[in-house]
Write a protein of this length. Structure first.
Length: 297
């Protein structure tokens, strides 16, 4: 009887031990992630300025936010950045994945090279591309030293083209990640289907257009969701590369939120912009997660 009780106690301890080990981490996440999200949502309805305040103003901060010209500029810049960033990264990633799927000898080395930029932080990427694109020390200066004195590449200083330098740096960093997702999708396609199509006389173009690309739909969806999330919360890359300038040419919602919260001392408006960003990300993530859960069931 005593042995049975001891076995039951040991079984209970084994069952509870993982929960006890994970409990502190779970409590920290609950407090410092979801707790502060809830606090930010609350602040967006208050008259907080330099410090949190508890004077309730309802939707006033949101009304002010959508009347601000700076917010409209940030949203329009985000639209340009997100469309180009997601589209070009996905296209280059798909092309690289198709290239590596040809079973070339140095596939392992090339895969490492393509994925390496993703191992860098966006701060490092932004700083490196700033040096490269700065007309005084970068590509333009180098070309002038080599004798091509008419060469000009001042996009980073030009308000009409500065946003495209952010796209360029972001695409360089994320294309390898998109490639990895598409390559995994390509390797998961049943070769028997491809062999049957080839026996029926399908060309390589028809194979990709009618069989391979349609079967990459989950990879495309995953890439879209992750790249959209990265685009919406882009802050460190912009700050390191352009600082949001020249003027407000590369201002994005994330930089707007930081500026109004900590520089302009408009914490209520900054919190409301953060909530809008959260809602945008949730609008992308929730349907994706719902579809994944539904598919698993």
């Amino acid at each position: 009887m005593a042995d049975t009780a001891q076995v039951d106690l040991r079984t209970r301890l084994q069952n509870w031990l993982p929960k006890l080990v994970l409990a502190p981490s779970f409590a920290m996440v609950l407090l410092f992630v979801y707790g502060f999200i809830a606090f930010t949502v609350y602040l967006s309805f208050t008259d907080s300025r330099i410090l949190p305040s508890y004077g309730w103003v309802g939707l006033e901060n949101y009304e002010k936010l959508f009347r601000l010209r700076h917010w409209k500029i940030a949203v329009s810049n985000l639209a340009v950045f997100a469309i180009l960033y997601i589209g070009i990264s996905s296209l280059i990633g798909l092309m690289l994945a198709i290239f590596l799927d040809q079973k070339i000898r140095i596939e392992g080395a090339l895969r490492t090279v393509y994925l390496y930029p993703m191992a860098l932080s966006f701060i490092v990427t932004g700083t490196a591309w700033k040096w490269l694109l700065d007309p005084g020390i970068g590509l333009e200066h180098t070309m002038h030293l080599w004798g091509w004195t008419t060469f000009s590449f001042d996009w980073i200083k030009n308000s009409d083209y500065a946003i495209y330098t952010v796209v360029l740096a972001a695409v360089w960093q994320s294309s390898g990640f998109a490639m990895a997702m598409f390559l995994a999708g390509l390797r998961g396609i049943d070769n028997e289907i491809l062999k049957a199509a080839q026996m029926d006389g399908a060309s390589n173009w028809q194979l990709y257009r009618r069989i391979i690309i349609p079967q990459l739909r989950p990879a495309f969806l995953s890439a879209f969701v992750i790249l959209s999330h990265l685009a919406i919360k882009s802050y460190d890359l912009v700050i390191a590369l352009t600082g949001g300038g020249p003027g407000r040419a590369t201002e994005l919602p994330a930089t707007f939120m930081y500026s109004y919260t900590f520089t302009r001392n408009q914490m209520g408006i900054g919190a409301s912009s953060a909530v809008i960003m959260l809602i945008t990300i949730a609008a992308i993530m929730v349907p994706y997660l719902y579809a994944e859960l539904k598919e698993k069931k």
